[in-house]
Design a protein around this ligand. Structure first.
Ligand SMILES: Nc1nc2c(ncn2[C@@H]2O[C@H](COP(=O)(O)OP(=O)(O)OP(=O)(O)O)[C@@H](O)[C@H]2O)c(=O)[nH]1
Ligand SMILES: [Mg+2]
Length: 322
């Protein structure tokens, strides 16, 4: 950032030059009289001013919101676009925390893609698989979805476990199936998955659990893509990502899973995160709507439909409250 100094006989002349050289949004930092007769004006270009978050003449605090969102991990371009939307609608970044959260929620609703919120799994395709890295909460989230669908929405739900890789993977799902009182069918290849889906033909909803695999296990990703999509059935794929995942890892996670045909994103473990921009980043990288947020280990309580209001509240909260 460089501060430019202009000298001219009259203030208006200095201003004229500043506008033409630094742009109409340039910020005047100081003015002083200089001898023998004239003024010296120090100014910043609009771009520098935005980066510094300086107060503009219209009273808005440009750059401050974008910087705050970026510090939360929201990608740079998205943070700037969100601030633009907020300023366009409200004339400036609201200072009142509640008004700020409301304004950011509206902007998020326009800038990002949220599935139409439904606390059950009504917004998911009839057959849906949960995929994602190891330990992000796939099985727990699936159990939450199954419990809400079966016990709240009254749907006939069937579960399939494709997790034959990890010892106890299928047993974990069986345990939840028994608690909810719904069938669970294990499968370990395309043919047994097809048979499992046939066995659950009467179900209103089928949720498929998959095993989290190491990032470099390309064979496993290829196999899973084959299991899910070569049978000719329409299977929705929800990518589960842990909210506390750092930006570069998150983008790598999304990239690895795109070949599975991701149709939605579930942000998990919001309760363990201190920044929440990863949720926006995941939606943008996966180019698929945010469907659910998970906020703890309790089944089924700690599950909510993803919403712009919820994300805005998390992004705008004061640091000391996080
Ligand atoms: N704090 C918190 N913990 C969670 C949440 N969801 C799941 N967990 C916990 O995370 C751990 C792993 O959960 P799982 O559901 O087994 O994760 P997974 O993705 O199925 O793991 P793999 O099948 O081994 O890849 C368990 O201890 C869960 O209780 C959440 O929203 N918040
Ligand atoms: Mg699991």
């Amino acid at each position: 950032m460089t501060v430019q100094t202009y000298r001219a006989p009259k203030y208006e002349q200095a201003l004229e030059r500043i506008k033409s050289e630094l742009g109409p949004g340039a910020v005047i930092l100081s003015t002083r009289a200089v001898s023998p007769r004239g003024v010296e004006v120090r100014a910043l270009s609009e771009i520098d001013a935005q980066e510094k978050g300086l107060l503009l003449a219209d009273g808005s605090f440009r750059g401050s919101l974008a910087r705050k969102l970026e510090s939360q991990g929201v990608p740079h371009a998205t943070a700037a676009a969100l601030e633009d939307r907020v300023c366009e609608r409200d004339g400036a970044v609201p200072r009142h925390p509640r008004m700020l959260a409301e304004s950011v929620a509206r902007a998020l609703g326009e800038e990002l893609h949220f599935a139409a919120g439904d606390p059950g799994c009504l917004q998911l395709p009839r057959i849906t698989a949960l995929v994602g890295p190891t330990g992000v909460g796939k099985t727990t989230t699936l159990a939450k979805l199954a419990a809400v669908a079966a016990l709240v929405d009254g749907e006939r739900v069937g579960l399939v476990s494709l997790d034959q890789y990890r010892i106890g993977g299928a047993e974990q799902l069986q345990h939840y199936a028994d608690l909810i009182g719904i069938p669970m069918v294990p499968a370990d290849d395309a043919a047994s998955l097809s048979r499992a889906l046939d066995r659950l033909a009467d179900a209103d909803r089928i949720l498929i659990d998959t095993a989290g695999r190491a990032p470099k296990d390309f064979h496993a990703f290829g196999q899973l893509a084959h299991f899910l999509h070569d049978g000719g059935r329409s299977i929705g794929v929800q990518l589960c990502v842990a909210t506390a995942t750092p930006a570069r890892e998150l983008e790598a996670v999304v990239e690895r899973h795109l070949r599975l045909g991701v149709t939605g994103v579930i942000a998990t473990k919001l309760d363990e995160a201190v920044t929440f921009g990863s949720i926006a980043r995941a939606q943008i990288s996966a180019n698929a709507p945010l469907t659910y947020f998970t906020t703890g280990q309790r089944v089924p309580e700690d599950l909510t439909a993803a919403s712009a209001d919820h994300l805005a509240m998390l992004l705008c909260q004061r640091e000391e409250m996080q």
